[in-house]
Design a protein around this ligand. Sequence first.
Ligand code: CP
Ligand code: NVA
Length: 301
Amino acid sequence: MMHLLKLQDLTANQINEILNLADQLKFEKKNGIQHHLLAGKTLGMIFSKSSTRTRVSFEVGMYDLGGSALFLSSRDLQIGRGEPVQDTARVLSRYLDGIMIRTFEQKEVEDLATYGSIPIINGLTDYCHPCQVLADLMTIREYKGGFAGNKLCYIGDGNNMTNSLIVGGIKMGMEVSVACPKGYEPDAALMQWASENGKFTCTDNVLEAAKGADVLYTDVWASMGQEAEAEERKRIFKGYQINADVMQVANKKAMVLHCLPAHREEEITAEVFEAHANEIFDEAENRLHAQKAVLVKCLGE
Ligand code: CP
Ligand code: NVA
């Protein structure tokens, strides 16, 4: 049985297989070809945080594949009142064919997999966002034709997105550079792994990181759960922005990605955002296709 708990658990081959299936499902959807590969299957979607893209793309993805999806807010589940995840996992395994969960602690996702008996898919934790990065890799491959020889530069908070981008980028053979303020670096163990397994740098100098980049990526300065720090973070992250100066030092044909939601004039200027809107919204669309591939791999076997 396959879970998707974090990208580290997938080999480069498995990532390529998911991306190939995602490309195929995208082509087929555009051409009106349906595959009810998950007929009769039900996905439970547990959310402890807000979501637009993840919720809608997973729900539509299940319907596209002939199955159904249940939106389960943790506020309404007993898990929100303290029912142990061990019990929730065993109960939901009796009703459902898979669970997608968005929550705070990575351990909660890992525990669901340990105690339950159905596939578990991570729809974002404070630690990582693997589904987003599969869609990002799919988009990079669409625009760049491949990964080798491309430099991926992330500017901003060393957060869940950064952690997954480092793993995905290095696994697929890209050079990865990160620019973030001191004290806001990505996970130390992942940075160590990246340095040992590819070309990786982390600096507090934005222009140094962006130099010659083929793909520029950013995310919000304050993630979900960090609302109380938002004002302080605005001061700390000032300048950690994708703007005209950054585009100037990047590769002339550089693409810009953002997982969304975006805060214009904070991590990205409105000008750069709109100039690269095609890439950013293709990326958002690809959440649907990449996740359908993940659902087929996890629930279809
Ligand atoms: N990028 C992303 O995961 O968006 P949502 O928070 O809207 O799901
Ligand atoms: N880092 C952001 C990503 C949202 C998709 C957050 O965790 O809120």
